[in-house]
Design a protein around this ligand. Structure first.
Ligand code: ADP
Length: 519
């Protein structure tokens, strides 16, 4: 990591340095100044100045810059993968997911923003407004604050930066303190491609994040439910909108007619990809009694064979380290609690045989809902599996959760899968698949219940959420000083206005006539 690249977008004031360590072996890889509240305010002022021109140039011109950033991400891929591996402890293939998905989301919003942002011209809805032209304009919230977690240092920031910039907003990004290097490099990349000063990246911990919430016009947050709730409360005080993507405890339902080898493969990748540190990873598995035994036997056998360790060539290792050592303690607690309450570990035991933040892929059975591993977000490479009687029991157990982020359903009958999806209290469901919703910007991606507020993506909505809607009316016909509803009032005008309304919205002869007229 070149030192000048790290500091390029972090102004050197009198900040306290914070350290970034490698999850693989704990070594210090960077020391970075934390942005103070004054730095945040100064950055916000600069961004607001630049935003006016950014909005004025329009979506086609903005798209040219955003597509150049897409090219930069692809051109810089080896360097970005090095950074993500260093600070997040990912295997190279998992890091490569981020550059690919990030480039895709940049292109998605850049290419569609002009259409998504086009003013709408709805039709007047009644006789009284028939002579008006109606218009809905979309004007951006000038400054969007994006606060991100450590599990996807590139993809999560890009997933929000892309639509916010294309909406015409300026963006202040505050990455997680565990993994700021990739985001700082992204900020440098934005400068390197010669784009306007509408994206800045400020590193720091929670207090820097809180300063961002106090400085912006819209907050996009991804992280824990506790922090999300605190941010939502501060946003409410400031009367600014926020969108919160929070924790999850995603259930996987395997029905009796499922393709078992595919379901096993899906459970493995869905539960263990990125060392299980994905908001939408499979966190608990419910398998129909008819196929429970073959499913569990194959799952444990395959989980035990996954290759874990640092790598430099994509595809040589499957499971990386945990990005945050504190997460290791949480995973161990969940596994320990489950075992103390009668769960059996088929493989992994929640530990790994090396120094650093490593957890071996772990499959548990004989679990139930009294255990923390079935209730709280584990965020590690664990797969607790429970046998269920039938579809109804699986749905009831899946819905027995404070969370409602996403779920998966496995069956050979696609219609049945879609039917079960509609019974689940979650914001997204993948049938016979995992994570596809995360890489599908046409679909909304948002948590229900304690998993969030609002949604990212969702086609046009993914971009319009960064905008304020403005309704405009203008007369299409010649205007007169004497309007039906204006002064001076007269009994004749009153009767006419009431007759208009009753004609437009009334039903039945009794309501079409004015009651006063019948006196
Ligand atoms: P984790 O993802 O480790 O569980 P958080 O949800 O607290 O932890 O962190 C996600 C992001 O939110 C990080 O960038 C973190 O610095 C930031 N953050 C933490 N506390 C606050 C806060 N009070 N206000 C704004 N941002 C915060």
């Amino acid at each position: 990591m070149p030192a000048d690249a790290m500091t390029a977008t972090v102004p050197a004031f009198d900040q306290v340095d914070f350290e970034v360590h490698s999850p693989e072996d704990g070594r210090l890889i960077a020391s970075i100044p934390a942005a103070t509240p004054e730095d945040v305010q100064r950055a916000a002022t600069g961004l607001r100045d630049a935003q006016r021109e950014w909005e004025a140039i329009g979506p086609a011109a903005r798209a040219r810059h955003v597509l150049r950033l897409r090219d930069w991400v692809l051109d810089q891929e080896p360097h970005l993968l090095d950074l993500m591996q260093a600070e997040a402890g990912k295997v190279r293939q998992d890091a490569a997911f981020e550059t690919a998905a990030g480039a895709d989301v940049l292109a998605y919003f850049a290419r569609r923003a002009e259409t998504f942002l086009r003013a709408r011209r709805p039709r007047p809805h009644n006789l009284l407004t028939l002579g008006k032209a109606l218009q809905v304009n979309h004007r951006p919230h000038p400054l969007v604050g994006v606060i991100t977690p450590w599990n996807f240092p590139l993809f999560i920031p890009l997933g929000d930066i892309a639509p916010a910039l294309m909406a015409g907003a300026a963006v202040l990004l505050k990455p997680a303190e565990q993994t700021p290097l990739t985001a700082l490099e992204l900020g440098r990349g934005w400068q390197e491609i010669g784009a306007p000063d509408v994206l800045r990246v400020l590193a720091g911990a929670g207090d820097t994040g809180a300063a961002v919430v106090d400085a912006v016009d819209y907050v996009q947050f991804t992280g824990s439910t506790a922090t999300g709730r605190a941010i939502g409360m501060r946003a409410a005080e400031r009367l600014i909108p926020c969108s919160l993507e929070l924790g999850g405890k995603d259930p996987m339902i395997v029905l009796e007619d499922a393709d078992v080898p595919r379901a096993v493969a899906g459970a493995l990748w869905g539960g263990i990809f990125n060392a299980g540190q994905v908001c939408t990873s499979v966190e608990r598995v419910y398998v129909h009694a008819d196929i429970y035994q073959p499913f569990v036997t194959e799952l444990a056998a395959r989980a035990g064979k996954l290759r874990q360790g640092p790598d430099t060539v994509a595809g040589t290792m499957e499971v990386g380290a945990m990005s945050d050592p504190r997460q290791v303690a949480i995973v161990r607690d969940h596994v320990g609690d489950a075992v103390a309450r009668g769960a059996r570990v088929l493989t992994g035991a929640g530990t790994a045989d090396r120094a650093g933040s490593w957890i071996a892929p772990t499959v548990l059975v004989d679990v139930d809902h009294s255990m923390r591993i079935m209730q709280e977000e584990t965020f590690g490479p664990t797969l607790p599996v429970m046998r269920v009687r039938d579809e109804d029991e699986a749905v009831a157990l899946a819905n027995d959760s404070a969370y409602g982020l996403s779920a998966t359903v496995w069956t050979r009958d696609r219609r049945r899968g879609e039917r079960v999806a509609r019974r689940l209290e979650v914001g997204a469901v993948n049938v016979n698949d995992v994570f596809t919703n995360v890489i599908s910007p046409p679909l909304p991606m948002g948590g229900w219940r304690d998993s969030g507020l609002g949604a990212r993506y969702g086609g046009a909505q993914g971009l319009l959420r960064f905008c304020r809607a403005q309704g405009v009316t203008s007369p299409r016909l010649a205007t007169r000083a004497d309007q039906l509803l204006w002064y001076p009032y007269s009994p004749g005008k009153s009767r006419l206005a009431a007759a208009f309304v009753r004609f437009a919205v009334g039903r039945g002869r009794r309501r079409l006539a004015r009651p006063e007229a019948n006196r």
